[in-house]
Design a protein around this ligand. Structure first.
Ligand SMILES: C[S@@+](CC[C@H](N)C(=O)[O-])C[C@H]1O[C@@H](n2cnc3c(N)ncnc32)[C@H](O)[C@@H]1O
Length: 296
């Protein structure tokens, strides 16, 4: 048998499997913790992925195998101290600069001009407030920051505040650092790349770093959108919530989107991922484009 799916021992602990894998029962218990805490669905098809990622935790915790990990987290007193790292380990942080570029065209060409016609002229009389609510390693909010810096260079400055949050502490640490692999830099078009990316002087180091002005334009913080309340202003002009809904079930999607709507001013703009559907959820939103919604 490759993966022992054995009944639990008397004390609730499953014996180690013949390979270093997770028993069905341990995987189900971890999946329930992850889904309850972070909303992220963990169907059985994710077991191999979870095993691979949790193996990286073993060395850090000085544990011999995944069974020892499960006993520590599920049957011992390790869950409280491990929860943040467990969630870090199972999040998918794929992101890119200028990802789903139509959204950025809409932001600059349609959403911001429309918002600037609202009372108190957001962008001039008060800052335009933008929130990237699942920002991963920062490419999304930094793309917005670069676009707004370009606007300033063109002599049409827009006062703004960009906040960016995510549940994953490792992604947030990378975001604050603002250092990216060369493949990601390739997604930054000219003239943004030459103005806002610094190449390493070391020819063997293929990473790039965002210039300080871009890094300083975004305020990062940890926020789990499953929390009952968000410590974020309730008058955001723009919220990016892209490529995260796919990890949630419908009930969680609706609950989280309702809370996000409570942080978006009437006339404000919500972007979700192009592959994410949020129709038939009875939300106070009107569709304005592909994966673009306006708060009614
Ligand atoms: C695939 S990335 C999307 C990044 C970016 N929005 C984009 O579209 O490129 C999904 C992000 O959602 C975050 N995430 C997952 N569950 C979360 C939760 N409950 N609260 C906040 N962030 C969460 C993950 O950590 C991950 O960084």
């Amino acid at each position: 048998m490759i993966d022992a799916d054995v009944p639990p021992l008397a004390d609730g602990a499953a014996p180690p499997s013949s390979r270093d894998g997770l028993s069905h029962r341990d995987f189900s218990r971890l999946a329930a913790i992850i889904e309850t805490h972070a909303g992220i669905r963990m169907p059985p098809t994710k077991r191999t992925m979870v095993e691979g990622r949790l193996r990286r935790r073993l060395r850090r915790l000085d544990l011999p195998d995944l069974n020892a990990y499960c006993r520590h987290v599920l049957d011992g007193d390790g869950l409280e101290s491990e929860l943040v790292d467990l969630i870090d380990a199972v999040t998918t942080n794929k992101t890119d600069f200028f990802r789903e570029i139509d959204h950025f065209r809409y932001l600059m060409g349609t959403a911001i001009p429309a918002l600037s016609r609202l009372p108190h002229h957001p962008g001039r009389d008060r800052p335009l407030k933008i929130w990237s609510a699942a920002c991963s390693t920062g490419a999304e909010p930094y793309t917005v920051a670069m676009l707004l810096l370009e606007q300033e260079r063109a002599g049409m400055p827009i006062r703004h505040e960009i906040i960016a949050t995510d549940i994953c502490t490792e992604a947030l640490a990378a975001a604050r650092l603002g250092v990216y692999p060369a493949e990601m830099a390739r997604m930054v078009p000219e003239p943004f790349a030459s103005r806002y990316l610094m190449r390493s002087r070391d020819p063997d180091d293929p990473t790039v770093r965002l210039v300080p002005r871009v890094r300083q334009s975004v305020r990062f913080g940890r926020l789990n959108v499953m929390e009952p309340a968000y410590p974020v202003p309730t008058d955001m002009d723009v919220i990016f919530f892209r490529n995260i809904l796919i990890y949630f079930d419908k009930t969680t999607q609706k609950k989280v989107l309702e809370k996000l709507c409570g942080h978006l001013r009437p006339g404000g703009c919500l972007f979700v991922g192009h592959s994410e559907t949020i129709t038939n959820m009875d939300l106070p939103l009107k569709q304005a484009g592909s994966a673009i919604f306006i708060r009614s």
